[in-house]
Design a protein around this ligand. Structure first.
Ligand code: MV4
Length: 448
């Protein structure tokens, strides 16, 4: 096992990784920017090294500075958390060149799954359901028009290197196809240095369901069931839950098993998430694979009892997974609210500033993952998530009531947060019935 790891991240996930490492008897080294010099999580690390000024491009995204800190601190491994360098295959490769373990997949597996055309091919080969569409990058507009005519409009043009909604175009007829493809290619080339695009059938009114998977370096892979992340705005998730409400458990088991087959075939080690859209008939279609620990991993931990962060550290130290698929049992229902320092009545405007009051909720089945405290100053440089409130209940009804009570107990002053909106959603009939799709929150916000 490692004796010392570096955490190339900040905030709640840095603290989450410190806690996991501590339980494994591993020392932690945090790198931080000057904007985070009084970050509360740094006090819990064994060592903290400043790597530059506030802008992430000058600190948390600087591979050279992070590697220098890792060498100086003499760590065995680096945990990238989420965001920043977590899905940068070049960073994973540099870590390998420097004989520092990257706590995540190999650069090869990361690069392959990060290319959505290659990822879709791997999915087809392992019977993971995907949308019909082009099976390689579009070379000639005539070929794309032929595929689009076969699958029928509307189609969506996506960048192979894109993700999280960047560089997509919805096309309703052949007349609009040519310019959508060439503008998507140009945008993708400029944004990702890779102009490859593909098309697939566009699905409206879907739900977003994702499967958590774990792989090790001995050829084992398992899934930890699914999460529903349908409640989102502009690709920012606000509420996640596990299990996904109202899905056919037989269909879910088949898809989840195919997702673990896929990452096993990709020789993937670490934690990954296979994202799907779910249509009105309950059929799944894979979108992409995220090769990092995700913000919403706690809901899966609450319903499976597995510490995903500890497991990812263990497998990158070469240990085999400690569970077989048959050991993984779903227990109850978990919901997470991402608590963002944002004014939901003013376009979700970020609210940096100092917290005078910070009173988190408690009681049975309540978990708060946060680095925030009274007196903490939220810097303006990073995303506005200041914590996550996770509840576990015997069933979805109990979890919703528990979340409503916990949101009522949570006091954060003087800045505005997403809590009042999330509290309202716990009383919303559509949320309660899980009668929702990826656009329902934006529709709801428009009405008000
Ligand atoms: C789609 C889609 C409909 N049909 N693909 C958006 C983010 C990226 N991961 C893929 N996305 C979508 N791909 C097909 N074939 C609709 C979306 C989409 C979406 C997906 C998940 C969660 C929220 C979303 C919001 C708008 C569009």
């Amino acid at each position: 096992m490692f004796s010392r790891i570096l955490i190339a991240n900040r905030g709640e996930i840095a603290l989450r990784i410190i806690r996991a490492a501590r339980e494994l008897g591993i020392e932690t080294v945090c790198v931080y920017s000057t904007a985070d010099a009084d970050g509360p999580w740094l006090k819990y690390a064994d060592e903290a090294i400043c790597i530059g000024p506030g802008p992430a491009t000058e600190s948390y995204l600087r591979i050279d500075r992070i590697i220098s800190a890792a060498e100086v601190a003499n760590v065995d491994a680096i945990h990238p958390g989420y965001g920043f360098l977590a899905e940068n295959a070049h960073f994973a490769e540099i870590c390998r060149d420097c004989h520092i373990e990257f706590i995540g997949p190999s650069p090869e597996a990361m690069a392959m799954l990060g290319d959505k055309i290659a990822c879709k091919k791997m999915a087809r080969d392992t019977k993971v359901p995907v949308f019909p569409g082009s099976e390689s990058a579009i070379e000639e507009i005539e070929d794309a028009a032929k595929v689009a005519a076969e699958i029928g409009y509307p189609v969506i043009v996506k960048a192979a290197a894109g993700g999280g909604g960047r560089g997509m175009r919805i096309v309703h007829n052949e007349g609009a196809l040519r310019s959508a493809i060439s503008s998507a290619q140009q945008e993708a080339q400029a944004a990702f240095g890779n102009g490859a695009v593909y098309i697939e059938k566009f699905l409206e009114n879907a739900r977003h369901v994702e499967i958590q998977v774990l792989g090790d370096r001995h050829g084992n892979a398992i899934h930890l069931f699914e999460r529903d992340c349908t409640t989102q705005r502009r690709h920012q998730k606000l509420i996640e839950e596990s299990p996904a409400p109202g899905i056919d458990p037989k269909k879910r088991d088949v898809v989840a098993k195919s997702a673990s087959d896929m990452i096993r075939k990709a020789k993937y080690s670490g934690a990954a998430t296979v994202e799907f859209l779910l249509d009105g008939k309950g059929d799944f279609y894979m979108l992409e694979v995220n090769t990092r620990i995700q913000v919403e991993h706690p809901v899966t931990e609450m319903v499976t009892g597995i510490d995903i962060v500890k497991e990812m550290i263990r497998v990158s130290a070469g240990e085999p997974l400690r569970f077989k698929q048959r050991d993984i049992k779903l227990n109850g229902h978990a919901i997470e609210c991402r608590i963002n320092a944002e004014d939901t009545e003013r376009g979700f405007m970020p609210q940096p500033g100092t917290l005078t009051t910070f009173v988190p909720p408690g009681g049975p089945g309540v978990r708060v993952d946060t680095h925030a405290r009274a007196g903490y100053r939220i810097p303006p440089n990073y995303d506005s998530m200041i914590g996550k409130l996770i509840v576990h209940g015997a069933d979805r009804t109990e979890a919703i009531r528990r979340m409503a009570g916990a949101l009522d107990e949570f006091i954060i002053e003087p800045i505005k947060t997403t809590i009042p909106l999330q509290r309202k959603l716990m009383d919303n009939p559509n949320f309660i019935k899980a009668d929702f799709d990826i656009h329902y929150l934006e529709r709801l916000l428009k009405k008000e």
